[in-house]
Write a protein that binds this ligand. Sequence first.
Ligand code: ATP
Ligand code: LTN
Length: 326
Amino acid sequence: MTRVFSGIQPTGEIHLGNYLGALRNWQKMQHECDAVYCIVDLHALTVPQDPKELHAATLRMAQLLLATGIDPEKATMFVQSHVREHTEGGWLMETTVSFGELRRMTQFKDKSERADFISAGLFTYPALQAADILLHDTEEVPVGEDQKQHIEITRDIAERFNSRYGETFVLPKAVIPKTGARVMDLQNPENKMSKSAESPQGLVKLLEPLKSIEKKFKRAVTDTETEVRYDPAAKPGVSNLLSILAAVTDGDPHELAKGYTQYGPLKTDTAEAVVEAIRPIQARYEELANDPAETARLLGLGADKAREVAARTIARAKKNLGLLEG
Ligand code: ATP
Ligand code: LTN
């Protein structure tokens, strides 16, 4: 089975875009691949965090992943800081990557322009990400388009390390899932749905009250025509509804369009389908939120599984580097 690895930062509220674009796919992949999912709390530290909030957000992310159907018996799901080998691997990567390579990363350019405090960790972020991926003998990394550059640099690091010190790491490649819709803002359908949305009305959060989700869909921006057609360039609002409906029902947006002659029923049906998809997730989330001990147990299980593989890889890397056994 193909070994896949993906990571998600614990901070920021999860929205329908994250769910349909990434997490739903994570849930599906665990049945087809040897999947490893990591909540990257150390990456979150590249910008200053409030300790209480980081603590709560990490727990919340774990519970949300479990609630969306990640099964810790099938997939390996763990918190990055629980497996020390990731930090250790990060240093080995930092000494293999060059300053120039890191300087070319567009995410660093974007984030550092917006930050008041630019930590050294923000600059070396891709080295830690490379450790995440390489420690687990990863073959494929399912990520959004924005992360492609980080996977390419990981591959370059692995190749350099292998050629300097001998075969150590598996070379990973990025896979950009074709399925998994790009969800647009319900009020500004030209923009992708994002936690930093201009208006809260355009953003559907996974943990918001179902009634409020329903209302947001009913007030979604469409256009002044009446024809229901899947055409994202000409009809972004209507097409967004169709692609959301298609994503939650595993259908096809062009086919679904044929079933509607008016916008009203399309909005109602999309609202209902989304609410019905989110309802069991919220219910399971509530159960887990009331039982933090169970979440901790499952995370412990995940960390044990992750450590086993990561420790083996780190030992191999250290040996090949000529570091003395301790
Ligand atoms: P945001 O704009 O909300 O900050 P992001 O891209 O920064 O979103 P991340 O936490 O970096 O979100 O990403 C989590 C995952 O969710 C990534 O795989 C990303 O591609 C996916 N994702 C985020 N927004 C959307 C969206 N609107 N449609 C589809 N997928 C999305
Ligand atoms: N940088 C990624 C999160 C991330 C990741 C990873 C993704 C950290 N380590 C390893 C894939 C594989 C992001 O910001 N979405």
